[in-house]
Design a protein around this ligand. Structure first.
Ligand code: PEP
Ligand code: MN
Length: 367
């Protein structure tokens, strides 16, 4: 893939410091919540932009949907008091117009918007002729081209102050994260568009407070330019994303704890290459687990079939045949014979254990 964007460097509009920090509540809930939170954030002294969701893209209709236009009025007042520029999510042309009419300084496209080129184009059209910084979150699904396409649409509308936000990707597989980071995608984005700043939204990747610090460190070690951290003066009472928000004082601690390393360019290349390889290994390992689980499911079916037909579990001839087939198959792919034998012994033992369990299960109860 090839891509080109005409962009202004981040420091020309966002200060020189790295990381650039964007903090604020998931949603603007009330004037008091916003003001209290923003005061705390301003006191941290390291935050460049105050974020607050005004129109919230919620999965279920009964959830808190954001306060809409009245929250834009609050943001203007909070900005006047704290001096922090304000950023909101926009998901259609009407949002863009209202946000700009209320003096919002930075706009961002959410993950559920980036997935849809129609929405992105509508927003890009509304931005035409407007000079406002725009941040584009990755789409919900791990599709680099879709992310790049959204950035291109916004850029073609004449927006030059831009950044991408990496907020992780939705997966069906269970992971420790709310949205799996899939680091290889932002790394490839950086490789493709070296001048594009990338900010890591550690809150929506983590989904909890415990993983924030390690994610922030990792994002910086991968040369990302900034962090987005959902911050609320009283996270437990937040109307959305309560589990992942931190207090302003937690934010200060987090920012003090991270180590900002500046690297030689060859180190960055080295780290990125290592990360790509590790990512591939992670993928292969997940496939291995998937294959093992599938194998054991089949073993269970065989176990039930043998039980129902009164056949013994251990069938030595079959076992010998498996080894006769798997060992040379492994050797043919460069795997050590002893390693394959040991691996199959483990697999076989587990298969016997499962079948024994099935045989001993009380009649009528099937797994
Ligand atoms: C948000 O930033 O509050 C948000 C809704 O995030 P995302 O679009 O990444 O899900
Ligand atoms: Mn949120």
């Amino acid at each position: 893939m090839h891509a080109e964007l005409d962009i202004e460097p981040l420091h020309s509009w966002c200060g020189m410091d790295r990381p650039v920090v964007i903090a604020g509540p998931c949603g603007a809930e009330s004037f008091e919540q916003l003001l209290e939170t923003a005061r705390g954030i301003a006191a941290v002294g390291k935050v460049s932009i105050l974020r607050a969701g005004v129109w919230k893209p919620r999965t279920r209709p009964a959830s808190f949907q954001g306060r809409g236009t009245e929250a834009l009025v609050w943001l203007r007042e909070v900005k006047a008091e704290t001096g922090l520029p304000a950023a909101v999510e926009v998901a259609n042309a009407g949002h863009v117009e209202e946000a700009l009419a209320h003096g919002i300084d930075v706009l961002w496209l959410g993950a559920r918007t980036t997935v849809n080129p129609f929405y992105v184009q509508e927003i890009a059209d509304a931005l035409s002729g407007v000079d406002v910084p725009v941040l584009v979150k990755n789409p919900v699904n791990p599709d680099l081209a879709l992310w790049v396409g959204a950035l291109e649409r916004v850029n073609r509308a004449g927006i030059r102050r831009m950044a991408a936000i990496h907020r992780g990707f939705s997966t069906y597989a269970k992971t420790p994260y709310r949205n799996a980071p899939n680091w290889k995608i932002p790394i490839e984005l950086k490789r493709l568009l070296p001048a594009l700043p990338v900010i890591c939204d550690i809150s929506h990747i983590a989904g909890n407070r415990q993983l924030l610090l390690q994610l922030a460190q990792k994002a910086l070690d991968l040369e990302m330019n900034g962090l987005m951290v959902e911050t609320h003066f009283n996270p437990e009472q937040a109307l959305s994303d309560a589990d992942q928000q931190v207090t302003p004082s937690d934010l200060a601690t987090l920012l003090q704890s991270i180590v900002v390393r500046s690297k030689r360019i060859d180190d960055v290349e080295f780290e990125n290459t290592l990360e790509l390889l590790r990512d591939k290994i992670d993928n292969v390992d997940h496939k291995l687990i998937e294959a093992l689980a599938r194998r054991m499911e089949l073993v269970r079916s065989i176990g039930e079939y043998k039980r129902d037909n009164n056949v013994t579990i251990l069938q030595l001839e079959r076992w010998a045949q498996v080894l006769r087939d798997r060992i040379p198959a492994g050797s043919g792919r460069g795997l050590d014979e002893d390693f394959v034998r040991k691996l199959y012994n483990l697999i076989h033992n587990e298969s016997i254990r499962l079948q024994t369990e099935i045989l001993n299960a009380p009649a009528g109860i099937k797994e």
